[in-house]
Design a binder for this molecule. Structure first.
Ligand SMILES: *Cc1c(COP(=O)(O)O)cnc(C)c1O
Length: 453
């Protein structure tokens, strides 16, 4: 059996295997990689996950993509190392559950992909002894997850760009207190500026001598691990073959694409609810078929979702038979009717986010944070349009409330406890560079950093 191939959403670059897609990050034609065909899991395989710990579920899902590239024993060991934390599923009310993806080392769901990517990069680089620089733009949580996961991984240097004024202090400290192979740069601009600078660096001939890669959700290596927890939840909460509803707070739509990947692999899903903050380019597109990115992106309390032009929409459009290029231009419309059947999307204002956080606490005595509560409110919006009935539903909580103590305290009146894993890092001295959102300066910076090495 030959290895699974990945095609570019822009259709101009040749298909490659997982290793190549992974190390490249983005396709040479600036498209994003997607599996040519999605490997399938049977109803029995999925039902069997109910008895297995998370790391074992991850192994069984991911091996469908790594066959012929990574021996099973090695992949199993990688999953053991990556996933030494739990995935709590709490009951909110009958048939409605909260999936907490905040138990990793940096307390956001970004740990799920970052931990696995670090294992994969470590392995692929070791195989050929090469070096790579991972450039990452972060709206808050990716940077810390990636920095922690890749800290001291041989052969890897990490440079993280973050919008100086748009992330919380704890989000910042979780990455600026690491040293060694991790460098962080505060950009006096927005997340979209950071993302645009990173994207330009990838296609800049002046940087050809540096092997750059990406740990952003443009990398297919980000998406595949993010499909696993949907299988995990379904195996535990639904009867075999029973479709579910997942409500996912969305910014760059990587988490949501993880669910689309899971469905494409055979997971029965009745509806995906993709809730966004004021950055409502996707719900508008879904309603009208007209895509207009939001530029500059809008600030909101769910800062990790301040994304004006979600890069994963190119993948979503491709899954539905269309073609959107990296600038957001649509060359061929996707099957919008099918998309609307499968996906519901709504935009939640900051005011509703805050009210909903307070109401949720008062009603259920469960504390959410500004991202997860966008998913909850989006779920309520959907229920108002289409009765849930007996379908099991999962609300995805993407971070720990302690990452956003200022916001949470403003709303409920007290600050959440900080998990032990987080407190240690928060005490260490910070060290980071500052830069304007100026690509030429960034290019010089990269060249200088690599000359010294
Ligand atoms: C990144 C992030 C999101 C958005 O995830 P996407 O994959 O970019 O849609 C939501 N919540 C939190 C806490 C995040 O860090």
């Amino acid at each position: 059996m030959s290895a699974l191939l990945f095609r570019s959403t822009n259709c101009q670059s040749p298909s490659v295997n997982l290793r190549e897609a992974f190390l490249a990050g983005q396709a040479p034609d600036r498209g994003l990689y997607l599996p040519e065909i999605f490997p399938q899991l049977t109803r029995e395989e999925i039902a069997g996950f109910a008895e297995l710990p998370y790391r074992e579920v991850a192994f069984r899902v991911l091996r469908k993509f790594t066959q012929d590239l990574i021996p099973d024993a090695a992949l199993a060991a990688m999953c053991n190392k990556a996933y030494d934390f739990g995935v709590p599923l709490e009951v909110i009310q009958r048939g409605v559950y909260l999936m907490r993806l905040d138990q990793g080392p940096t307390a956001s769901f970004k740990d799920f992909a970052a931990q696995m990517m670090a294992q994969m990069f470590g392995r692929f680089l070791q195989e050929d002894g090469s070096q790579v620089t991972i450039l990452t733009a972060t709206s808050g949580d990716t940077g810390s997850a990636v920095a922690h996961a890749f800290h001291r991984v041989p052969g890897v240097r990490v440079i993280v760009l973050f919008p100086e004024a748009e992330i919380s202090v704890s989000q910042r400290k979780l990455m600026t207190t690491l040293k060694d192979n991790i460098r962080t740069v505060a950009i006096t601009g927005k997340f979209d500026d950071c993302q645009a600078m990173v994207k330009r660096a990838f296609s800049d001939p002046a940087l050809e001598h540096i092997h750059l890669s990406s740990a952003n959700s443009i990398n297919i290596g980000r998406l595949l691990p993010q499909s696993v927890y949907y299988f995990y939840a379904a195996s535990r909460l639904a009867r075999p073959g029973e479709p579910m509803v997942f409500s996912i707070p969305s910014g760059n739509f990587g988490d949501m694409m993880g669910c689309v990947v899971a469905r494409s692999m055979g997971l029965p899903v009745r509806k995906i609810i993709a809730s966004v903050n004021d950055n409502d380019a996707f719900p508008r597109f879904l309603a009208s078929g007209v895509y207009e990115k939001i530029s500059p992106s809008r600030n909101s309390v769910s800062n990790a979702m301040n994304v004006g032009h979600p890069s994963n929409l190119a993948r979503l459009v491709a899954v539905y038979g269309g073609h959107m290029d990296e600038t957001g231009k649509i060359h061929r419309q996707p099957d919008l009717a099918a998309m609307r059947r499968d996906i519901f999307s709504t935009s939640i204002t900051d005011e509703r986010t805050r009210t909903s956080l307070r109401d949720f606490w008062n009603k259920y005595q469960i504390l959410l944070e500004p991202h997860g509560v966008v998913a909850w409110q989006g779920f309520l919006d959907w229920c108002a349009a289409e009765p849930l009935g007996s379908t099991p539903a999962v609300i995805v909580e993407t971070a720990n409330p302690a990452k956003f103590p200022e916001e949470v305290e403003k709303v409920v009146g007290w600050a959440p406890d900080v998990p032990a894993a987080m407190t240690a890092g928060l005490q260490l001295p910070e060290d980071y560079d500052r830069m304007e959102a100026d690509y030429e300066k960034f290019r010089d910076y990269l060249i200088a950093k690599h000359a010294k090495a």
